[in-house]
Every structure is written in structure tokens, then in C-alpha cells.
Design a protein around this ligand. Structure first.
Ligand code: BGC
Length: 585
């Protein structure tokens, strides 16, 4: 989640440079005392408590403010009252009288210079519950810690709107100050491609696209394997594990390439065989305070209910899903189950500007999202934010023309390309849609993600500046970096490149640019391929297809010879690398 104006955070710090006494021989054999600058470990500590009257959760972060890493740590502090440790996590906790000692676990001992590590513990108490005032790490006094009433300290009881207040203990933006999990399976595929090494260490999402994916498909990693690997990758800072929850009944109702295993009515299986086991596993990892799970919830489904149920663009499958209510039922169930887990951050898929950017779709979509997020026990508190452009190709920004431009007195909104849309790129859409969602009742702290895995549009066909303003359509055609035939095109787009590398908090209101669709994984087969994954053949993945109402009867723009959706497509990976923007060195 992302506030537009993050509250200031006060922290006191002490940098202790170990002054090492050295004896230096000079000149005639006299001795001089001096200091040599040796390993400098400095620390400050954030402390906050979620207090419910008879007990509290203490959340503690140690920051290494020094210039050297440390490979293990022991934190000590004392309470002044009768606080009694019940259980602790992300560290080995013990108590002797009023004194608390926490030492690192095997996986979180390292704190890089400038890095941090977080831990937590539950305590009972009676009487008063003053926050401790001094902390030491490895014997070095940190003198950090927050006053119980520091405005804006996450978790201080009574700070209005504080995301650290019960029931969750979430931070505002999980990506901020955190590393993001690098999926070793994707990484190995990327590294095996020519030039792929340059990006093989970028974080990409783990897709749970079928029930079997929870335990691992074809000998691949299970969800637990990934979570364990994420904990191992954590190196002082918190780590975000990104996963896509993608197995709704009647999945992908307006297309065929990603149809799934569950029929339109199999909502019970969705709940009991897919969401419940995922929630059980994630609950086992809720104890790891340094792990933040970002879930991308069911891409394309709610947007399909907005545009693809009736009229020209409607499909029979979307009509079925609108009538049986199972998209909303499944999503609300997922939000509520996963939202119960304190370190899970649910991001609902919100299509992209070329889908929901028109007035007729914009408000109704936000309303549908709110309705869905508040039914069947789900609440807006289960929603950390929304994601746009998942597995799509729309740019973050169109640098060379603006939606407010006009040519010879006619607005670019009337050009063939823009076609009355209010948005011409994803970041402007995401921020405006965020406001609309808040006005519908979502929390004002929600943050947006943009999938930038394949929306870079570099390479030789990228315009280098605005075209001449002589004619409306030629101005837009010559200025736009998005080289698709139409914004409704979504399958293996020819000419596309990798977009912005994953980045935390790139702008107010945007939690992160994230690579959710793993670059190099196909969007769909370019011809019929028999399979047991439920995947169909969609003309939109066939380069010779001339389109349908949903892309206004344009050519598909798809690359040839593509495998099934989700399968490795080496030629696409290489094209994405070659056309990356920013370019890959
Ligand atoms: C496919 C999934 C796959 C995902 C990521 C989707 O289009 O349907 O099976 O996991 O893409 O590549």
C-alpha cells in the first residue's frame, strides 16, 4: 500500500565506530596512541507495540547504520513493568527478569551496512506498558527506539489509520525497504538464453495457475519450496514474495489461451482445493516478520465482467460467469482467507488503461471491485492495493504526446488510436483509478503495482520525439511508443521489449514496478496444441488472425511459433531483451 504522503518517522541513531587502541612505533622508538578505523557497526532500533490492553505484539527492526556488515546479532533491552514474553519470531527470544535477549536465526544473521532486520514477539502484561528506551546490539548501545506516542510510528496504538494496528500488522508499502524474491526456476531459464544473464537476477512472480502448482508441477518447486528459498534469500532486509493466484472457475472467459482446469461451476473445488491449501501454507509462514507476501489476485476476471458479458464484445463464457457469480464469490473468498494472514498483501487485478480507461468502464469497474471486496466476509482491509497491466504491454508513460493535446483544434482523444479513451498510458490510469477506488470506499493507503515486465517498447521502431502536428492521426501514430496494432492486443506482441526493471515506490501512490509476467513465458499458442492444462487456442495468438470486436478487428500482432501459455518461448525472450527500454546493457 502506498500513502501519497508518508508520515515522517522519527528515529534516533548512534553510530559507534569501534575505536581500536593501537600502539604505533614512531621515530626514535617512542610510543604514540592513536585510533585506527576498524569495523564500524552502528545501529538504531525501531520499536513499536500493538497493544490490546492485557498484551501486545512488539515489532522491532534493527538498522545497521554503520559501514560494515555484521554476520550475527544479539539484541538486548529491558522493560520497566511486568511484561512477560509469550512467544517470539524471526529471532531466538528469551527473558530473564525484565531483560529481553533476541539472537538471530540461522537465516537472518547477516545485516548489510545500511540494511535492517525485523523481528517480533507477543507479550502479556498488567498495569502500564511503557516502551523500552534503550537497546543494544552486539554490545553496542543503539539508543534508538521510538517513544510510544511518536506520531506515525507503525503500530503505535491509537495512531489513526495506522496500518500497524490490529488485525493486521502490515506496513504501508511492502516493497519499500525490501528485497524481492528471485524465482530460481525463471532465473535459470533466463540465464540460459544468450545475453539473459544481464537480467536473470530480476525478481519475477511465482504463478499458482493450477491446483498442482501448490505442490510443484513436473518436479518443480512447490509453494513451500519457494517460501523457504525466499527466507534464504533474505539478507537483512525484509523480502517480498510475489505470487499470482490464478485458478478461478471458468478462467479467462473472454479468451481461450489461458482457460484453466476448473469448470464454471467448480467454485467449491476452488475454495477447498486451491485457496484453502494456499492459505494454510502461507499461514505457516506468517511468523516470519521479514517475509511479505504480495498476492496478485485473479487477473482479468473482474474486468471481463465489465466489458465482455454482453454486446459486441460479450462472450458466452463471460455471461455464464456473470450469471453464476463465481468470479466474485471466488475472489471475495480468496481476499478474505488470504487477508487474514498478517504478512499477506492482496493486490486485485485492475486490467489496464486500454481496457478500463473509458468512462463507461472506469467507474463501474471500481464499483464492482468494491462490491466484491466487501462480500462474503471480505473487507477493504483485506486489500493492500491493485495491479494494472498484468501480463500486458501498455507503456507506463507515453513520453511524446499527451491526452490533453489537440491537433488543428481536435483532441487526440478523437484519434483512431486513442478512440475517446481518457488515458493513453498505465501510470496516469493507475493513479486516477486509485483515486476512484478510494472514493468507492477503499482505504486511502492502497497502493498500485504496474507490471512492467514487457511494456518497454525500445528498439529501432521507438520514436525519438513527437511527430509533426499536421494531422491528428499521423501525430499520434508517429508519437506513440506503443507499437501495437491496437491496445486490445495482448498475446506475444511483436516488437515489445522489457520495461522498467522492478523498482519499489517509483512514484507516490505506486507501490512498485514489478515483473509479474515472467518475461519469456508465452501468452498462448499460435496454433492448436493438445494439452492437459485446460488451455485453448485463441486466434489472438495467431499472427495471421484479423481480430474480433475486442481488438476492433485489427491484426493480432502476435509472434509466430509460440508454445502454450506459460511455456518457455525463447524467441520472445530474445526479442524482449533486444527491445528493452530502458535498454539492457
Ligand atoms: C498462463 C499460466 C502461466 C502464466 C505465467 C498465463 O498466461 O495461463 O499458465 O503460469 O501465464 O506465464
Amino acid at each position: 500500500m502506498s500513502r501519497t504522503n508518508p508520515p515522517p518517522k522519527r528515529r534516533r541513531s548512534a553510530l559507534l565506530t569501534a575505536g581500536v587502541l593501537v600502539a604505533t612505533a614512531i621515530g626514535t622508538g617512542g610510543l604514540m596512541q592513536g585510533t585506527a578505523s576498524a569495523a564500524a557497526f552502528g545501529c538504531d532500533v525501531d520499536y513499536s507495540a500493538n497493544d490490546w490492553g492485557s498484551g501486545f505484539t512488539a515489532n522491532i527492526t534493527i538498522h545497521n547504520t554503520g559501514t560494515s556488515p555484521t554476520s550475527n546479532w544479539t539484541l538486548t533491552y529491558a522493560y520497566s513493568g511486568n511484561q512477560q514474553l509469550q512467544q517470539g519470531w524471526s529471532g531466538r527470544w528469551s527473558q530473564s527478569g525484565k531483560n529481553i535477549t533476541v539472537t538471530n536465526e540461522s537465516y537472518n544473521g547477516a545485516i548489510a551496512a545500511g540494511g535492517s532486520v525485523s523481528m517480533g514477539g507477543n507479550f502479556s502484561y498488567s498495569g502500564s506498558n511503557a516502551a523500552p528506551t534503550s537497546f543494544s546490539v552486539n554490545g553496542v548501545a543503539c539508543n534508538g527506539g521510538s517513544d510510544p506516542g511518536d506520531p506515525g510510528d507503525p503500530g503505535d496504538p491509537g495512531d489513526p489509520g495506522d496500518p500497524g494496528d490490529p488485525p493486521g500488522d502490515r506496513v504501508d508499502n511492502p516493497y519499500e525497504g525490501a528485497d524481492v524474491y528471485v524465482n530460481p526456476e525463471w532465473s535459470a531459464l533466463a540465464a540460459a538464453e544468450p545475453g539473459g544473464d544481464a537480467i536473470a537476477n530480476e525478481p519475477t512472480a511465482v504463478w499458482l495457475d493450477r491446483i498442482a502448482a501448490i505442490e510443484g508441477v513436473n518436479g518443480g518447486m512447490s509453494l513451500r519450496d519457494h517460501l523457504d528459498a525466499a527466507l534464504e534469500q533474505a539478507n537483512g532486509d525484509p523480502i517480498v514474495f510475489q505470487t499470482v493466484i490464478y485458478d478461478l472457475p471458468g478462467r479467462d472467459c473472454a479468451a481461450l489461451a489461458s482457460n484453466g482446469e476448473l469448470g464454471p461451476d467448480e467454485i467449491d473445488r476452488y475454495k477447498s482445493e486451491f485457496i484453502d491449501p494456499i492459505a494454510d501454507i502461507l499461514s505457516d509462514y506468517a511468523q516470519y516478520d521479514n517475509l511479505r507476501v504480495a498476492t496478485v489476485v485473479e487477473i482479468d476476471s473482474l474486468p471481463n465482467l465489465i466489458t465482455n458479458v454482453s454486446g459486441d464484445t460479450g462472450t458466452a463464457n463471460c455471461q455464464t460467469m456473470a450469471q453464476n457469480g463465481n468470479y466474485q464469490e471466488g475472489i471475495s473468498y480468496a481476499l478474505s482467507k488470504l487477508g487474514d494472514i498478517p504478512n499477506v498483501y492482496n493486490y486485485i487485478d485492475a486490467g489496464h488503461y486500454g481496457w478500463l480507461g473509458w468512462d463507461s468502464n472506469f467507474g463501474p469497474a471500481a464499483e464492482l471491485f468494491h462490491e466484491t471486496a466487501t462480500m462474503n466476509g471480505a473487507s477493504v482491509d483485506d486489500v493492500a492495493g491493485f495491479i494494472v497491466n498484468t501480463a500486458n504491454y501498455g507503456p507506463n508513460t507515453e513520453p511524446y504526446y499527451a491526452v490533453t493535446d489537440s491537433v488543428n483544434g481536435t483532441s487526440v482523444r478523437q484519434s483512431d488510436w486513442v478512440d475517446w479513451n481518457n488515458y493513453i498510458d498505465n501510470q496516469s490510469f493507475a493513479l486516477a483509478f486509485r483515486d476512484e477506488l478510494v472514493s468507492q470506499g477503499f482505504n486511502s493507503e492502497i497502493g498500485m503495482l504496474i507490471d512492467t515486465s514487457r511494456n518497454g517498447w525500445g528498439g529501432p521502431d521507438r520514436p525519438t520525439g513527437p511527430a509533426a502536428m499536421t494531422d491528428l492521426n499521423s501525430y499520434v501514430e508517429g508519437s506513440r511508443i506503443d507499437r501495437r496494432y491496437q491496445t486490445g492486443n495482448w498475446c506475444n506482441q511483436s516488437g515489445a521489449g522489457l520495461g522498467e526493471r522492478p523498482t519499489a515506490a517509483p512514484a507516490a501512490g505506486i507501490d512498485a514496478y514489478a515483473w509479474i509476467k515472467p518475461p519469456g513465458e508465452s501468452d498462448g499458442a499460435s496454433e492448436e496444441i493438445p494439452n492437459d492444462e485446460g488451455k485453448g487456442f485463441d486466434g489472438m495468438c495467431d499472427p495471421t488472425y484479423e481480430g474480433n470486436a475486442r481488438n476492433n478487428y485489427n491484426m493480432s500482432g502476435a509472434l509466430p511459433n509460440a508454445p502454450l501459455s506459460g511455456h518457455w518461448f525463447s524467441a520472445q525472450f530474445q526479442e524482449l531483451l533486444a527491445n528493452a527500454y530502458p535498454p539492457v546493457d
